[in-house]
Ligand binder design. Structure first.
Ligand code: SR1
Ligand code: MG
Length: 419
């Protein structure tokens, strides 16, 4: 862990006097700190998050803690993740304009970012649990994933710039290491921090006994750690998206790294699938139509991803990969090359999707979609569907024929009594 001289975690009481000297903050909230209101609202697993309001407006102050908040100071975690989050946000803002909160100030020593307060946005996961729809969600997310994937790769970026970026973000070691363990590894053995819902033991035992599955999961990890094709958000679940009825932003990219282009969209689809499988415990009325809406989001977001990726391929392919000099300038179409790149993206995405569906029920850091279900037997039955489908996705990732096929699988598992 990096120990920063002078670093001190903020408190609600001390924040105004400690931060009043930050011009960008005082400008937006008001110059008199005694008029500020401060609320700590961090409900994630790692950081402090304060809403700071005043006569002129409201901002968010996010500060990293030197340990995993979810677990406590027995699990130290580097403060430097705020540095990588700051740089990730600036790149996402350039590559996918309008998709992330605006940054007003960054203090590296305090591991602190002052950024735009998003209102009336709420965490998308909460909306999905409440059965709320978000207009334009799939289009927004499909474009975000395609633009960040394409524009952060050597399909688009000058190679020297991309390599410098890979080197910069390679310093973010311990945070992706959480993903390497919690996401790709711990679900598949009896790891110390694991837990699962009572009643799932037979399903969990079957998954952990499946050597072929473990091989596939770790082939996906091998690609995650060694394929630096683009800058990924690294933790793109429904808790990393804020939304109103019709507006969205992506937040919280501290798990940023250069990794496979299919990683973010795969993790995202997994979180929609878990929202889908958990719905029978959250509502009776409107159940079928809301579940259909969620699957529609998956299909549309994948379609928009492909469409936008192909558009960028045709209009922004300025990097060293598959250049026009090698294809169009020789009178050769590059469409087959684009198809092949997309096939690799989807292979990675569907494997990650299945793995994420496993880790949120088996490892540390479960998701509220399932955890909020008080009836343990009902939760276990729904999680079993999710776990079995995850295994099928991992096993067949390279042969899946698109998001429609994935949603057909989801409908099929949604009707199964597995336990
Ligand atoms: C110890 S951190 C657990 C999880 O929280 C973050 O949001 C990531 O999803 C991570 O895997
Ligand atoms: Mg997070």
């Amino acid at each position: 862990m990096d120990a920063r001289a002078g670093y001190e975690p903020l408190t609600v009481e001390r924040l105004p006097n400690r931060l009043v000297g930050i011009g960008a903050l005082a400008e937006r909230v008001g110059p008199d700190p005694s008029a500020w209101t401060v609320e700590e609202v961090g409900d994630g697993n790692l950081n402090l998050v304060f809403i700071v309001g005043g006569p002129r407006g409201t901002v968010i102050v996010k500060q990293a803690l030197p340990y995993v908040r979810l677990v406590g100071d027995s699990w130290p975690l580097p403060l430097y993740r705020a540095f990588y989050e700051y740089h990730a946000l600036s790149r996402q803002a350039a590559r996918a304009p309008g998709t992330v909160p605006e940054i007003y100030h960054f203090d590296e020593a305090q591991a602190l970012i002052v950024m735009e307060y998003l209102a009336p946005h709420v965490i998308l996961r909460r909306k999905l649990i409440a059965g709320e729809r978000v207009a334009g969600l799939a289009d927004f997310l499909g474009r975000y994933c395609a633009r960040t994937a394409f524009r952060g790769s050597e399909l688009s970026m000058p190679s020297a710039e991309k390599k410098a970026d890979v080197a910069l973000f390679a310093g973010n070691v311990e945070i992706p290491a959480i993903t390497e363990a919690l996401v790709f590894t711990d679900p598949y053995f009896d790891a110390e921090l694991n837990s699962h819902t009572e009643g799932l033991a037979p399903v969990v035992a079957a998954l952990r006994a499946d050597v072929e599955l473990k091989v596939k999961a770790h082939q996906a990890l091998q690609r995650f750690v060694s394929n630096t094709e683009t800058m990924v958000h690294g933790d793109l679940h429904s808790g990393s998206i804020m939304a109103t009825e019709s507006e969205c932003r992506v937040i919280d990219p501290e798990f940023v790294q250069y990794g496979p282009m299919g990683f973010d969209i795969g993790m995202l689809c997994a979180n929609f699938l878990m929202a889908y499988f958990s719905q029978p415990a959250h509502r009776d009325a409107d159940l079928e139509s809301y579940q259909d809406w969620i699957l529609g989001v998956i299909i549309q977001l994948c379609a928009v991803f492909e469409e936008e990726f192909r558009r960028l391929w045709a209009t922004e392919r300025t990097g060293i990969l598959f250049p026009a000099t090698l294809f169009e300038d020789q009178g050769h179409e590059s469409g087959a090359a684009c198809d092949a790149v997309l096939a690799g993206i989807w292979r990675d995405a569907w494997a990650v999707c299945g793995i994420e569906m496993h880790r949120r029920c088996l490892s540390l850091a479960h998701n509220a979609d399932f955890e909020d279900i008080a009836d343990v037997a009902a939760r276990a039955a729904l999680e079993a569907r999710n776990l079995m489908m995850g295994a099928d996705l991992i096993r067949s990732a390279e042969n899946i024929r698109g998001a429609e096929a994935v949603c057909d699988m989801a409908r099929d598992f949604n009707g199964k009594d597995i336990l």
